[in-house]
Ligand binder design. Structure first.
Ligand code: SF4
Length: 265
């Protein structure tokens, strides 16, 4: 069978809620892989997940896959890449999963410049467990554990990854699937640690479609230069995750070349 022609979906029943941002994210990834399969054999992709609504993607995507544990997908992917450098590990993780439980694994994968891709389904809520706040929830988020809002401020993961040393840092929006597909293609092809935070609305516990449709803009249409670290950091800080009245940049913030972890060990 010509692998490029096979369906990228397993046919398993999809149990995500109707209109969940996970659908747009999964489509963007499948389209990206389909286009990349012209040069990368499908058997060289490995998809991994953490725990959360996002994690079901490994059941739905018809590629080599590994259901990892909470927050540990980057550590598992690092092992896979060290064992077989020809593979392309792509981690799907959630904002609660990776910015809380898995934060040290994320930081060290970025610091080491491990040649893996991390794609965050960032819906800014623990949705599988019915709506607790996560590290990217704003103070206005009304969740089951914090009905009056979290008593702490959200992190900015794009700025965090720039600080940690990630060599490819991007943000996408699940509502703009073509744009997200292009970002994911670049992330997978990048040699070194690639980070893509995806704005992924949860229609049940934090429906942000209206906010993102109103405030999002594309970095490339603003003349952004992704080779400048200073400019990337300035753009990253444009959006305070507590605010709904400022513009939200999406696209590739930063891209640079550096020896990978696999080359240095
Ligand atoms: S609970 Fe939210 S994140 Fe989970 S599948 Fe439903 S809409 Fe998507």
């Amino acid at each position: 069978m010509a692998l490029a022609k096979r369906s990228l979906y397993t046919g398993a029943e999809i149990t995500w809620c109707r209109l969940c941002g996970n659908f747009g994210l999964m489509s963007a990834f499948a389209w990206a892989v389909e286009e990349l399969s012209e040069s990368i054999p499908l058997e060289k992709f490995v998809v991994l997940s953490g725990i959360g609504c996002h994690g079901k993607i490994v059941d739905y995507i018809n590629l080599n896959s590994f259901y990892s544990i909470h927050g540990r997908a980057p550590a598992t992917a690092t092992g896979i890449k060290l064992a077989n450098p020809e593979l392309y590990p792509v981690c799907f993780v959630g904002d609660g999963d990776i910015y809380a439980e898995g934060i040290s694994h994320l930081l060290f994968a970025a610091k080491r410049n491990t040649d893996i891709t991390v794609i965050v389904h960032d819906n800014r809520a623990y949705s599988l467990t019915t709506g607790q706040f996560t590290p990217t929830s704003p103070v206005i988020f009304r969740g089951k554990s914090t009905p009056e809002g979290p008593p702490e401020d959200p992190i900015n993961p794009v700025a965090l990854m720039l600080e940690a040393g990630a060599t490819f840092v991007a943000r996408g929006y699940a509502g703009y699937t073509d744009h997200l597909k292009e970002i994911i293609k670049q992330a997978i092809l990048h040699k070194g640690f690639s980070f893509v935070d995806v704005l992924q609305p949860c229609v049940v516990f934090y429906n942000t479609y209206e906010l993102y449709n109103r405030q999002v803009y594309k970095l490339e249409s603003a003349g952004h230069d992704p080779s400048s670290y200073e400019e990337a950091y300035r753009r990253a800080k444009e959006w305070d995750y507590n605010r709904e009245d400022v513009r939200i940049p999406i696209g590739v913030f930063y891209k640079t070349d550096k020896p990978t972890y696999e080359e240095r060990v």
